[in-house]
Design a protein around this ligand. Structure first.
Ligand SMILES: NC(=O)C1=CN([C@@H]2O[C@H](COP(=O)(O)OP(=O)(O)OC[C@H]3O[C@@H](n4cnc5c(N)ncnc54)[C@H](O)[C@@H]3O)[C@@H](O)[C@H]2O)C=CC1
Ligand SMILES: CC(=O)C(=O)O
Ligand SMILES: [Mg+2]
Length: 627
């Protein structure tokens, strides 16, 4: 939008003016102190509570509300847990102004990305309908701002960017209080919660309380892509501390400044949160996001049969990868049923990597007859490399999640490999069809690794550099096409531009990101009224995405839709999820569409039902009525 550059120019001149006034923050603090001494002792009577206070510029103190005030005014949970002094607030504001300048100068790809995020965020605060109109109409341009990669930068800088709170914060200090504080959220109904504990935000590590940015970004896509009503979404941060030394020492950090809770204490906090939100909103769906692997699997197993929840990094990513892997088979001009013949090297054995491995193995096994021997032989198609190299059964203290994928020592040595072999060695010896990265290590697919992939036995080797944000991608599309060749397939977790191959052809850069599935999984679950999210529902979502692309597109190397089609693909995915829930007899219905009515719907009617229940950003007519 051309308006946008004007707005950015206007905001930089505003920043300049503010900076001139802020050159002496001590004077500003002095002024604030003077104000507090005159007015500080007499209480001010307010007739508002909760968000109404936070949204009132006269009464709002933001992070400076004391804990007792937060309790008195129903603010508990609506602000990050660390109480700040007004001096600290001013320091934070001043530091943030400086940071914007540095980002604009040193930012990696789009120097205005953070400025765009701020402007969009301010619009979000002022007028939700218009915000989502802008986002939906320009989703290709702004998904990289509200979501990866910029959302990573936003989380890294969240303590500075924080202005008006959004979402809820449950902290270790709130133990015993969660059941009551959940009622501080003003919405009577919540359909979707995205919750994080901030322990592994994209590939950026432990960002503590600042991880709330990712929950907000994911929910923006729920609204834009799935048409979930924005009044019914709730971003949540569970602050159990941080192990990030920099944040622990930062006096302006907004979260708890203590090491992360662990073991039973940690589980007790998450249990209390789950009980609280499902007590207030029994039909809510909770998406777990960016929990470190250590907890991602355990929490998924703990809750998935009791609550309507899923883990996006484990299950959403798996589905998107399966769709891409099946697309890679089709792009070779082979039928999908040939998938079990693919040799796949996976770099990264964390929540995302293991999620993909389990799902890919199950998909292969199903194609091979769905019995034990099929499952066994499917397992032999994968070679997994983590920070310590190739994983074999010789590995000491092997992670139980990775154990099923450890190569047998004898088999490995027959291939010229051993425990801990490097990624380049593995690629050289295995000559895989697919090289898939979920390692969070930018540049891991080095020249040596990509050179080794030239020996692939595939007619069309596929490279999935899925780590986020952009700087964590295992390689760029330019590197992949220039080293391995024009004929490859390429996908990355964060968006890159297509590559001009210089011979009249384009090297397509697909975005392989769980954003193509999680909105549809959430919407489909909501509209089916299923009490849980079954493997079958997740599989149906993945298959729908795999089949969405036309033969011609796939043969041209386009295996995922462009983001401009995200609302349409989400509708289809949601319909596939509803259909599977009905088939598995899990669908209990939604609003006036009860289980029986759902059973009667044809495929087309299910799609129509989904479409009719997607919120669109149109201004309603407002009418005033006295209470
Ligand atoms: N494209 C998408 O839709 C998604 C992408 N991701 C990305 O995947 C990445 C990993 O996420 P998680 O699995 O949750 O993280 P994690 O921290 O649990 O796992 C990282 C894994 O990479 C391995 N690793 C580290 N250095 C390595 C090296 N030099 N060579 C090979 N492996 C190495 C680690 O040993 C570990 O197994 C992140 O960057 C995240 O943004 C995650 C979910 C979805
Ligand atoms: C995309 C996503 O969920 C991640 O990078 O963690
Ligand atoms: Mg994630």
């Amino acid at each position: 939008m051309s308006n946008f550059s004007n707005q950015i120019r206007a905001s930089s001149s505003l920043i300049k003016r503010l900076k001139q006034r802020m050159t002496n923050p001590a004077a500003l603090m002095q002024a604030t102190r003077h104000f507090t001494t005159l007015e500080g002792h007499r209480p001010t009577i307010v007739h508002k509570r909760s968000l109404d206070i936070l949204h009132d510029p006269w009464f709002n103190k933001g992070t400076a509300f004391s804990m007792t005030e937060r309790d008195r005014l129903d603010l508990r949970g609506l602000l990050p847990p660390n109480v700040m002094t007004s001096e600290q607030q001013i320091q934070r504001f001043a530091a943030d102004l400086k940071r914007l300048e540095v980002q604009a100068r040193d930012g990696p790809s789009d120097p205005y990305a953070l400025a765009k995020w701020r402007i969009l965020n301010r619009l979000h605060d002022r007028n939700e309908t218009m915000y989502y109109q802008v986002l939906i109409a320009n989703i290709e341009e702004y998904a990289p701002i509200v979501y990866t990669p910029t959302v990573g930068l936003v989380c890294q800088n969240y303590s500075g960017l924080f202005r008006r709170p959004r979402g809820m914060y449950f902290s270790a200090e709130d133990r015993g209080e969660m059941m009551s504080m959940v009622y501080n959220w003003p919405a009577e109904q919540v359909d979707m919660i995205v919750v994080t504990d901030g322990s592994r935000i994209l590939g950026l590590g432990d960002l503590g309380v600042q991880g709330i940015g990712i929950a907000i970004g994911k929910l923006d896509l729920y609204v834009a892509a799935a048409g979930i009503n924005p009044q019914r979404v709730l971003p949540v941060m569970i602050d159990v501390g941080t192990n990030n030394e920099k944040l622990l020492k930062d006096p302006l950090y907004l979260g708890l400044q203590e090491n992360r809770l662990d073991g039973d204490e940690y589980i007790a906090v998450i249990d209390e949160f789950m009980e609280a939100v499902f007590t207030r909103w029994p039909h809510v769906i909770v998406q777990f996001e960016d929990f470190q692997s250590k907890w991602a699997f355990k929490l998924l197993q703990r809750y998935r049969n009791t609550y309507r929840m899923f883990n996006d990094d484990v299950q959403g990513t798996a589905g998107v990868a399966i769709a891409g892997l099946l697309g890679a088979v089709r792009a070779q001009g082979r039928p999908m049923i040939d998938f079990p013949k693919q040799k796949i090297v996976v770099a990264g054995a964390g929540s995302a990597g293991i999620g993909v491995l389990n799902a890919a193995r199950k998909t292969m096994a199903r194609m091979l007859g769905n019995n034990e021997s099929a499952f066994e032989s499917a397992g032999r198609q994968f070679w997994v490399v983590d920070a310590k190299g190739l994983i074999t059964e010789e590995r000491e203290n092997i992670d139980p999640e990775a154990l099923p994928f450890a190569r047998k020592v004898k088999e490995a040595s027959r291939q010229g490999l051993r425990e801990g072999a490097s990624l380049a060695e593995v690629v050289r010896e295995v000559k895989p069809d697919v090289l898939l990265g979920l390692s969070a290590v930018g540049g891991l697919f080095s020249n040596e690794v990509l050179e080794a992939l030239k020996g692939s036995t595939s007619t069309r080797p596929a490279i999935f550099a899925m780590s986020n944000p952009t700087k964590n991608a295992e390689c760029t599309p330019e590197e992949a096409f220039s080293i391995v060749g024009d004929n490859i397939l390429f996908a990355s977790g964060s968006p890159f531009q297509d590559v001009d191959l210089g011979n009249g052809h384009i090297g397509h850069c697909n975005q392989g990101n769980n954003m193509y599935l999680f909105p549809g999984i959430g919407l489909g679950t909501l509209l089916s009224g299923s009490r849980i999210i079954s493997d079958g529902m997740l599989q149906a979502a993945a298959e729908c995405l795999a089949e969405y692309m036309a033969e011609e597109e796939v043969l041209n190397g386009i295996i995922y839709p462009s983001t401009s089609r995200i609302r349409d693909i989400t509708k289809e995915v949601a319909a596939a999820v509803v259909k599977e829930a009905i088939k598995e007899d899990l669908a209990e219905g939604y609003r006036e569409m009860d289980a029986r009515e759902l059973q009667k719907l044809s495929q087309e009617e299910i799609v129509e039902y989904v479409k009719n229940n997607m919120w669109s950003p149109d201004y309603p007519t407002l009418v005033y009525k006295r209470d």
